[in-house]
Design a protein around this ligand. Structure first.
Ligand code: TXA
Ligand code: MG
Length: 336
């Protein structure tokens, strides 16, 4: 694997050229987006896309998002993007929004997992955009983690999970949002949020009116499965969160578990006496900060070998909805 560091705002054209050549010749390139790192291949190249599934250990029924660099490129992958596509694209693209539209015959079945629809997004990251433009093809890319691990928010996470099984990684440092894009199905009315993410329900509704949120998990359990179990604390305010976190933690320590906590920065002094590993998630209310740190700190606590990770949930508006979604999936029902 070739590991190239690039300036995330202004990547060196030679590095982008090298990566684009690999994409065009059927190879796999990991690259940063504003949400998480992606594992990219030419979306039209069946063999290359097949390798994405193999390398990730991802089941073939799970479709990939196709990344494009301009709104116009949607015509390459979709037969007929509706007006609402253009309305949402004008407002949120580039950005953390994936729109599910009817696919075109050009897109191989393996990319869409045999569906007649395709998820399309324009990543809001100079490196990703430069790579797509230079490659001259739409890039199919899931998150660049092994199936079952949290999405990678740094190049090191990608290397940890995929290492030598990919050709190249463009290392643009840590990703800004830290949680994946919102996936919105606009083939139905009202549109349906299949996965909450970087663009909030409220923001989408500001453009298209009412949308629904899928009540079903995007995937069966163990999506973000770690070695450690995840236990969640759902509280109305920081006072209640502190109290619940401390009592659950003591209970778990009492049972002999090695405990890690993902906690608001504000309560550090109150839990500093507890014999646990703590990671700050930003101040209570700074949910963007929590999103940015979440996956990295989950990985880090898991590596430390804790048995249980206890985490305070944010409220279910704005990006809080996406954070809750990821944590609840990760907890596999251990929702305290
Ligand atoms: O932020 C992101 O979306 C990142 C970056 C790399 O772009 N990508 C990402 O991809 O999270 P992945 O494959 O890890 O998650 C894509 C999600 C999956 O849950 C998949 O089921 C859903 O999008 N999806 C993709 N195409 C779809 C389609 N045609 N219909 C319904 N769901 C779709
Ligand atoms: Mg993923």
């Amino acid at each position: 694997m070739i590991w190239i560091k690039v300036d995330p705002e202004n990547p060196d054209p030679e590095s982008i050229k090298k990566a684009a050549e690999i994409i065009r010749s059927g190879g796999l390139v990991a690259f940063p987006t504003e949400t998480v790192y992606g594992l990219g291949a030419n979306a039209f190249d069946e063999r290359a896309v097949n390798r994405i599934f193999l390398v990730k250990g991802r089941p073939s029924w799970n479709p990939l998002i196709i990344h494009i660099s301009s709104i116009d490129m949607v015509k390459l992958v979709s037969r007929s993007a509706p007006d609402i596509f253009y309305a949402l694209a004008e407002k949120f693209m580039p950005g953390p929004l994936t729109l599910v539209v009817e696919s075109s015959e050009m897109v191989p079945d393996i990319t869409t997992a045999g569906l007649r629809t395709v998820g399309v997004r324009i990543p809001g990251h100079p490196v990703a955009l430069a790579l797509i433009k230079e490659s001259g093809v739409p890039i199919a890319a899931p998150s660049a983690n092994r199936f079952g691990k949290p999405s990678p928010t740094s190049a090191l996470h990608v290397i940890e999970d995929l290492g030598d099984s990919i050709e190249l990684i463009l290392d643009g440092g840590e990703t800004k949002i830290g949680i994946e894009s919102t996936v919105l199905d606009i083939t139905r009315t009202p549109p349906l949020i299949l996965r909450p993410g970087g663009v909030s329900k409220e923001e989408i509704e500001g453009v298209v009116g009412r949308v629904e949120v899928s009540p079903y998990p995007e995937m069966p359990s163990r999506h973000y499965a770690l070695r450690a179990d995840i236990i969640l604390v759902d509280a109305r305010d920081i006072g209640e969160a502190t109290k619940d976190l401390i009592s659950r933690t003591k209970e778990l320590i009492g049972k002999g578990f090695k405990v890690g906590a993902l906690a608001p920065d504000d309560i550090m002094s109150q839990i500093s006496e507890l014999p646990i590993s703590v990671r700050g998630m930003g101040k209570w209310g700074e949910w963007d900060e929590m999103a940015r740190r979440l996956f990295g700190e989950m990985r880090s606590l898991d590596k430390e070998g804790v048995d249980v990770i206890i985490c305070v949930l944010p409220p279910s508006y704005g990006i809080g909805l996406a954070i809750r979604d990821r944590l609840i999936k990760a907890s596999r029902g251990n929702h305290a």
